[in-house]
Design a protein around this ligand. Structure first.
Ligand code: ADP
Length: 428
């Protein structure tokens, strides 16, 4: 049996523009942080002096200070260190430029800055989005309401892996949490890797851009605050074509390129002159994540969807439905050899085709999205989804599916979309 070693509190004194970096590397380890004096922030969210913040397995944190501060860490087993080299000044300047564009758009009654953050994997794209969104949300006197769009189905930050989504940001994110999730706009993609169905991916991007532009047109405050778009780290070949498609669909004004000169030069070459392309350094603190870590965080994100987090525990429900009572579809038909393809059909039509799926063992552990469309007569593929359930058991003899749902309510009669994404519910 392991002996619990008492770890002493550690105190750190940070000069202005420094940051303290630490990770929570072990399962069951928790690290508690407290700001003792001065001012400090984590990825743009201010810390409250004297409050204890608890971090759990997988957290990779930088506590930054503009003015200087002292911090206390409790429970940290591995190394934590202070860095004097951070790109925060560049990021703050970006925020200031975006703010100028927002003021201008307010005056002229035009759309505010649409910003896209691009770069390879693990360069801090999501973190930069978070910082920029938090900075604009912190200026509450100005009432900014930027829209955060996350187009990386690998993590699916707005909802669950296998989705792309958007949410309006009204206030800074809580430390260690995602932005508050009132009425997010979520689209079912069904895969964590966008190369699996690029036609569907582009279709969803175009649709999302349309819907978001429309919402902005209806609300001047959201309109002048603009959009911050997070993209995925696939930046070569077809991945690059996706980035240009996103830029076009969302009518991007600013592209922030993290850490890759080659990508920066390609975008300068290919984007129209009015698009401002800016190369930014990545932070030396950004931690590379292994594939194992990625798949673990995907699982953690789905678990959180059902069971909540230590800060906000949720109680999901289990229900049974008869095979004959549920309409399940998949988007994208299996490829057909060219010679068998009907003349009036394109490969791309197949990729966005709605195919009925007969319930059975093939659904075991899969996520199902609940579409806002209730009938196949509607444009199901381009309609957003209301939520998700997970198939936790398939009973062939009784012809019953057991579904895990975050809601106690009876499941609505709607269209269910089968996702490639699976979740093993260890609690059931
Ligand atoms: P990307 O979106 O480019 O894949 P992320 O923004 O998700 O990268 O960053 C990768 C990881 O690095 C995240 O877990 C994030 O919390 C962590 N991270 C980012 N910036 C820092 C920093 N300055 N110090 C320590 N960890 C950081």
């Amino acid at each position: 049996e392991s002996v619990e070693v008492q770890i002493e509190d550690q105190e750190f004194t940070l000069e202005s523009d420094n940051e303290l970096r630490f990770e929570v590397e072990n399962k069951n380890e928790t690290v508690v942080l407290e700001l003792k004096t001065g001012l400090a922030e984590i990825f743009g969210t201010e810390l409250v002096k004297g409050k204890s913040y608890t971090f759990y397995f997988g957290a990779k944190i930088a506590v930054f200070t503009w003015q200087g501060c002292t911090l206390k860490l409790r429970g940290k087993k591995g190394i934590s260190y202070i860095s004097k080299e951070t790109p925060m000044m560049f990021y703050l300047n970006c925020h200031a430029s975006l703010e100028q564009l927002r003021v201008k758009s307010e005056k002229e009654n035009i759309r505010g800055p649409v910003t896209m953050v691009v770069g390879p994997t693990d360069v801090g794209k999501s973190t930069l989005c978070r910082i920029l969104l938090n900075y604009s949300a912190r200026m509450n006197a100005l009432g900014r309401r930027p829209i955060y769009v996350d187009l990386d189905p690998g993590q699916g930050q707005i909802s669950i892996p296998g989705t792309v989504g958007a949410v309006m940001v009204e206030r800074p994110a809580e430390i260690g949490e995602c932005f508050s999730q009132a009425a997010p706009l979520v689209y079912h993609f069904g895969h964590t890797n966008m190369s699996i169905n690029t036609t569907l991916y582009n279709t969803l991007i175009s649709r999302m851009a349309e819907v978001i532009h429309q919402r902005m047109d209806e609300n001047p405050r959201i309109n002048c605050s603009g959009i911050i778009i997070n993209t995925c780290g696939w930046v070569k070949g077809k991945g690059y074509q996706h980035l240009t498609h996103i830029a076009l669909a969302f009518e991007v004004d600013v592209i922030l390129v993290l850490d890759q000169e080659r990508l920066y030069n390609e975008l300068v070459r290919d984007m129209p002159g009015f698009v401002k392309v800016v190369l930014l350094p990545k932070s030396g603190g950004v931690v590379e994540r292994s594939n194992k870590f990625r798949s673990e965080s995907r699982e953690a994100s789905i678990r959180e969807y059902f069971y909540g987090s230590p800060r906000n525990v949720l109680h999901p429900h289990t229900c049974e439905v008869r095979f004959s009572d549920i309409k399940v579809y998949r988007i994208g038909a299996p490829p057909i050899p060219n010679t068998l393809m009907p003349l009036d059909m394109q490969k791309t039509d197949l990729e966005t085709k709605l195919e009925p799926v007969t319930p059975g063992l093939n659904m075991m552990h899969h996520m199902l999205a609940l579409s806002f469309s209730t009938s196949v007569e509607e444009d199901v593929v381009r309609t957003s989804v209301a939520g998700f359930v997970c198939v936790t058991n398939v009973d062939i003899s009784r012809q019953m599916l057991t579904l895990l749902s975050p809601q106690p309510k009876p499941l609505p009669e709607t269209i269910y979309l089968l996702s490639d994404v699976q979740f093993m519910d260890s609690n059931s």
